[in-house]
Design a binder for this molecule. Structure first.
Ligand SMILES: Cc1ncc(COP(=O)(O)O)c(C=O)c1O
Length: 332
C-alpha cells in the first residue's frame, strides 16, 4: 500500500528536533484516573528545551532557508514558547530572529522564555499592545523593512507549519503500532490551531487512527474550528492531497479556557500538581496544563473508553517566569 505521508518527504525541511519523541505509559496517573493514559513527550528533546513548535519550525524554516531568507520575524506574548523556539531554531540554522512581543517590556532581568530569547540572540520589539491583530500588523511591517525576511504567524501556525504535525501523526501511528495499543483519542492543548490542524490532516491522510481532541486555552482567534479546518486543507494541498475537512471535523473544546489566554485555572493547577506527583512530568499553566485538565475532566465524567494519548506540547520554561511560582504554589 502506498505511503499516504510520502509527499512530506518532498517538502523543504531542516532537522531540528530529536525524533521520534518518546511515547510513554503513565501508569500512576492511569491508576489515579482509572483510564489507560500514554504520554507523547514533545517536551523532551535537544533543541532549546523543545515543545510542539519545533516540529512546525522544521518545515517553516526549511522553506525560509530554501527561499534564501536571512531573517525570520514572528510574534507572541512575552512568555511565548513559539517565540523562544523560533529564536533557538534561528540561532541553530544561522538566521536572525525578530520577535514582536505583546505588551510592554517587563521590568527587571529577563526570566523564563525571555531569558532564553536573550541567550539565543533574538531581537525583541515590544508592541505596547496585546491586540493580536496589531501584533500581526507589526510583524508584516518588520518583514517589509528587512531584507529577505520570512514571517511566521502566531504559534507558527501557517499551512507549512501544520505539516509538522501531519508528520508527527505518522510518527505516533508508528509508535502505537509497535506498542500494539489502539487509542481512540489524542488530547492536547490548542491555541493558534497548527497542532490540531496537522493532527487532523494526519488522521485524514492515514484514513483512520485516533482523533485529536484539542482544548482551546486562549481563544485568540474568533472561529478556531474554521481556522483549523482551513489550515488542514491548505496543508493538505501543499502535499497534493485530496482532503476536504470542515469545521465539524475539528474537536476544539472551550471548557478549559477559564478567563482566557494566560489566565491560570484551578483545574490547570490541579493538573500540574497531579502529573508532577504521579509521573514526575512538568506541565505549564498557560497551555499543557489546560489540555491535561480537559483529559482529567473527561476521565472523571466517564467519557473515556479505552486507552488515550496526551500529547505533551511542552512549555516548561515559562514555569520559571518571574512571579509564576507564587501563583502556582501560593504561600509555599
Ligand atoms: C506549550 C504549548 N502547547 C500548546 C500550544 C498550542 O499549539 P498551537 O498553537 O499549535 O495550537 C502552544 C502554542 O504556543 C504551546 O506553547
Amino acid at each position: 500500500m502506498p505511503d499516504p505521508f510520502a509527499a512530506l518527504r518532498d517538502r523543504p525541511r531542516v532537522a531540528l528536533a530529536t525524533l521520534p519523541t518518546p511515547l510513554e505509559r503513565a501508569p500512576r496517573l492511569s491508576a489515579e484516573l482509572g483510564v489507560e493514559i500514554w504520554l507523547k513527550r514533545d517536551d523532551v528533546g535537544s533543541l532549546g528545551l523543545m515543545g510542539n513548535k519545533v516540529r512546525k519550525l522544521e518545515f517553516t524554516l526549511g522553506e525560509a532557508l530554501a527561499r534564501g531568507a536571512v531573517t525570520v520575524v514572528t510574534l507572541g506574548a512575552p512568555q511565548s514558547n513559539h517565540a523562544r523556539a523560533t529564536a533557538c531554531a534561528a540561532a541553530k540554522v544561522g538566521l536572525h530572529a525578530v520577535l514582536v512581543m505583546g505588551g510592554e517590556q517587563p521590568a527587571g532581568p529577563p526570566t523564563g522564555n525571555l531569558l532564553l530569547d536573550a541567550l539565543f540572540g533574538a531581537e525583541l520589539l515590544y508592541a505596547g499592545t496585546d491586540d493580536w491583530a496589531q501584533l500581526a500588523a507589526t510583524v508584516e511591517a518588520a518583514t517589509e523593512d528587512r531584507v529577505n525576511a520570512y514571517p511566521l504567524p502566531a504559534g507558527g501556525s501557517s499551512p507549512v507549519g501544520a505539516l509538522g504535525f501531519a508528520a508527527a501523526y505518522a510518527e505516533l501511528l508508528g509508535q502505537l503500532s509497535s506498542e500494539d495499543v489502539r487509542p481512540q483519542r489524542v488530547y492536547h492543548a490548542s491555541t493558534s490551531g497548527g497542532t490540531h490542524a496537522g493532527l487532523m490532516l494526519g488522521h485524514a491522510l492515514a484514513g483512520g487512527g485516533p482523533a485529536a481532541f484539542g482544548f482551546d486555552v486562549g481563544r485568540i482567534v474568533p472561529d478556531g474550528p474554521a481556522l483549523t479546518a482551513w489550515l488542514a486543507n491548505e496543508a493538505g494541498a501543499l502535499l497534493g492531497a485530496d482532503v476536504t475537512l470542515t469545521e465539524h471535523d475539528a474537536h476544539l473544546d472551550l471548557s478549559q479556557l477559564g478567563d482566557g489566554y494566560g489566565a491560570f485555572t484551578d483545574a490547570g493547577i490541579e493538573a500540574i500538581d497531579l502529573l508532577a506527583r504521579t509521573e514526575g512530568v512538568a506541565l505549564d499553566p498557560v497551555y499543557s496544563a489546560k489540555g491535561m485538565a480537559g483529559l482529567i475532566a473527561d476521565a472523571r465524567a466517564g467519557h473515556i473508553d479505552g486507552p488515550v494519548v496526551f500529547w505533551h506540547t511542552g512549555g516548561g520554561p515559562s514555569l520559571f517566569a518571574a512571579g509564576w511560582g507564587e501563583r502556582l504554589l501560593p504561600g509555599a
